[in-house]
Design a protein around this ligand. Structure first.
Ligand SMILES: Nc1ncnc2c1ncn2[C@@H]1O[C@H](COP(=O)(O)OP(=O)(O)OP(=O)(O)O)[C@@H](O)[C@H]1O
Length: 682
């Protein structure tokens, strides 16, 4: 250990020997940490220890899986070291990449103040590009016959970006790829890849024209520029004294490259990961980076964390039994000092309705026994399963929340409000044209397709934004009048720099008649939509500038309000990664659904392992005899070792009598009778 510290640090005191060893190690460190062994705690301690050893906080970069995890870490470090000790660069890969680009946008051929397009907006742009290139005609079989050609093309472009392939390199790299696949006799959609190249080039040209970056750009350009421009790389690598990464098993090539380029000189890289929890290969993640860490950094140290603090022994042994069937593991043996607890309950239901009702009834029953709503979670393999549970919860008036539903920022009214704000922020820049198209006719102002064509032509002729083009375009009088009023409002609000962001949005929603339009609508959703706008205004209250809010909305990894109130949590297994709950329900473990027919059996097994290890005290696995057809239980149900599972609900008399985690600490002693008499008697 090389702590370089004369005095022991209090925050290291409650760590295990292995955790402390990891946190105090300098140089390249790979922490191979099983589920529930305190990865986050160790990573946080590693950062705090570096700061306490004299590393300047602003020279630390730590990348986590979600914004929430980043916030949690920052808060914990501030709590032990004081307010000034927050590390300078903590966030998600996308968030940190965006920050790097904001400082040097030229790396991506962008101008300052560029927009970040979310997945939905970039799909719309891609669709327009494909239409203009007539890709929907049968240019290429792979694309034209696909059920969703835009989705397929978006996926290809994403793959290019995740592999550090810029548009200008794409043609050459695609030919190389096809050549290699042919030589190795591996199947490849050569026509599809070739057709994607010109679309990628045109799509990127349009993004640049709109001064916008899509998600892929946020890491592609910083990483690629560091790769080809040594001065740029040195500038960036030189900003950081150490680089720390959580969930290292899930990095994809561009993420791996970015981390490696930043740490290549000092080798101060601290990676935490668990090969048993790698569940993102479908998104380009590759376990190979974790597996070859020590080859890449021969001076590095591997530290295993194997003591699980989360789950009872039955749960842990059940999970260990399932993952033991994975032959390619790097190998860890998790253990716990907790009591055995309850075995996994395996429930068989007749169909999906019975499953949803059965679980909802059980949740209600447990709540009656004193278990808090937010101590219970339903975690499912596929999103479509949530609907049945939502209905069952609503019927019983059980409060619940869908976690990770970033859908909030995708709701039409929220996107509309942000579009108004975007135009007000940069009214005279073509980068606002997309937002302009979105709201110029909401509520209707007479801007139909013809007027929009006219405006586009005028904007192109004058090389101005569409908003500015309203002033000179040849428009029908009514439409022109309404358009000029719109321009006035946008300019007026945009120039009002004394108002808060929330006040600006509010003024735009009222001045444009948007809120009035919603209120006048008799649609069933009106109330919800107004509430969503209210929620947006509250969120906006936490931001100093419109740009910060717009970035936040584009880069959100979760919806607002997830942690508020006592509610049963519902989410996919992927979203549950990194979380823990006292009571966990795992529905839908049928042979045809888990693993899904298209799934990779080994990766799905890891997902089953992630699922089981979320549980602290009780885990219930269920399957239906009939869902879309007759179903057998998933093979992962069989893989839970006998002795760690029971059929049906465990009722109080059959359960191990345990309260809380089974180990109550004596913090205050019970009052003696004499004391009670002294205080209460009389
Ligand atoms: N040294 C320790 N002593 C007591 N409790 C600990 C210790 N380290 C971690 N824990 C507790 O163990 C639980 C799991 O920790 P954490 O969430 O950091 O695990 P993790 O390794 O990130 O898990 P996973 O990979 O499964 O998401 C937490 O409740 C945490 O407070």
């Amino acid at each position: 250990m090389q702590t370089g510290l004369a005095t022991p640090l209090p925050f290291l005191a409650d760590l295990t020997v292995a955790q402390r060893d990891a946190a105090c190690q300098d140089g390249p460190v790979l922490v191979l940490a099983g589920a529930g062994t305190g990865k986050t705690k160790t990573l946080t301690a590693a950062i705090a220890r570096r700061i306490a050893s004299g590393v300047t906080p602003s020279r630390i970069l730590a990348v986590t899986f979600t914004n929430k995890a980043a916030r949690g870490m920052t808060e914990r470090i501030a709590a032990v070291l004081g307010e000034g000790a927050q590390p300078g660069w903590v966030g998600t890969f996308h968030g940190l990449g965006a920050r790097q680009l904001r400082i040097e946008p030229e790396a991506a051929h962008l101008r300052p103040g560029f927009d970040i397009m979310d997945a939905d907006d970039s799909r719309r742009l891609l669709k327009r590009v494909m239409k203009s290139m007539q890709i929907d005609a049968a240019i290429d079989e792979g694309i034209a016959t696909s059920r969703d050609p835009v989705k397929l093309m978006a996926k290809r472009i994403e793959t290019f970006k995740d592999n550090l392939i810029a548009p200008e390199d794409a043609a050459l790299r695609v030919e190389g790829l096809i050549g290699a696949a042919t030589r190795e006799r591996r199947p490849i959609d050569a026509a599809g890849f070739r057709a994607a190249v010109p679309v990628y080039i045109e799509y990127q040209r349009r993004l640049r024209e709109a001064n916008a970056a899509d998600f892929g750009d946020l890491l592609l350009w910083p990483a690629r520029t560091m790769q080809i421009d040594e001065a740029y790389r040195l500038r960036w690598a030189g900003r950081f004294d150490c680089v720390l990464a959580d969930e290292y098993q899930d990095v994809c090539y561009v993420q791996y490259a970015w981390l490696r380029l930043l740490s290549a000189d000092h080798h101060q890289i601290f990676a935490v990961g668990d090969d048993d929890q790698a569940i993102y290969s479908w998104r380009g993640s590759d376990l190979v980076y974790l597996r070859r860490f020590l080859k890449e950094y021969p001076d590095g140290k591997l530290i295993r964390l194997e003591e699980n603090f989360r789950s009872t022994a039955h749960i842990l042994d059940a999970a260990n039994g399932v993952i033991a069937h994975d032959a390619e593991r790097m190998g860890k043996t998790l253990f716990t000092r907790k009591p055995a607890g309850d075995p996994i309950e395996i429930l068989r239901f007749a169909d999906a309705g019975a499953e949803a009702n059965g679980i909802a009834d059980e949740i209600q029953r447990r709540h009656g026994e004193g278990i808090g709503w937010d101590d219970m979670a339903i975690l499912y393999r596929s999103n479509f399963l949530s609907r049945g549970f939502e209905e069952a919860m609503m019927r019983r008036r059980i409060p619940y929340v869908l976690v990770g539903d970033v859908g909030f920022y995708q709701r039409a009214e929220v996107k509309d409000a942000l579009a108004f704000l975007r135009i007000a922020t940069t009214p005279d820049d073509v980068q606002s044209d997309e937002a302009f198209r979105r709201v110029i006719n909401t509520p209707p102002r007479g801007f139909g397709p013809k007027a929009l064509d006219e405006l586009e032509a005028e904007a192109a002729f004058r090389q101005s934004s569409m908003l500015r083009a309203i002033e000179t375009a040849d428009l029908p009088a009514r439409c022109r009048g309404a358009g000029l009023k719109f321009v006035d409002l946008i300019r007026h609000v945009g120039q009002d720099t004394r108002s808060s962001v929330a006040d600006q949005i509010s003024a735009l929603l009222d001045g444009s008649g948007y809120r009035a339009m919603l209120r006048a609508s008799r649609a069933e959703t009106t109330e919800d939509r107004l509430e969503n706008l209210q929620e947006l205004l509250e969120i906006a209250g936490g931001f100093h500038t419109a740009r910060e809010l717009l970035d936040h909305a584009a880069l959100a990894t979760s919806g607002p309000g997830e942690d508020r109130g006592e509610r049963v949590k519902m989410m996919t297994l992927h979203k549950a990664k990194g979380l823990e709950f006292p009571h966990v329900f795992l529905p839908g473990w049928e042979a045809g659904a888990f693993p899904p027919p298209y799934g990779d059996v080994a990766e799905e097994r890891r997902l089953a392992y992630v699922a089981l290890t979320r549980g602290m005290r009780r885990v219930t696995v269920s399957h239906c005899e009939y869902r879309r057809g007759y179903e057998a239980p998933s093979l992962y149900v069989d893989d839970i070792p006998h002795g760690h599972k029971v059929s049906g609900w465990l009722r109080a008399n059959a359960r191990v009598k345990s309260m809380g985690s089974g180990q109550a600490k004596t913090i205050v002693s019970w009052p003696t009778d004499a004391e009670l008499v002294g205080r209460m008697g009389g």
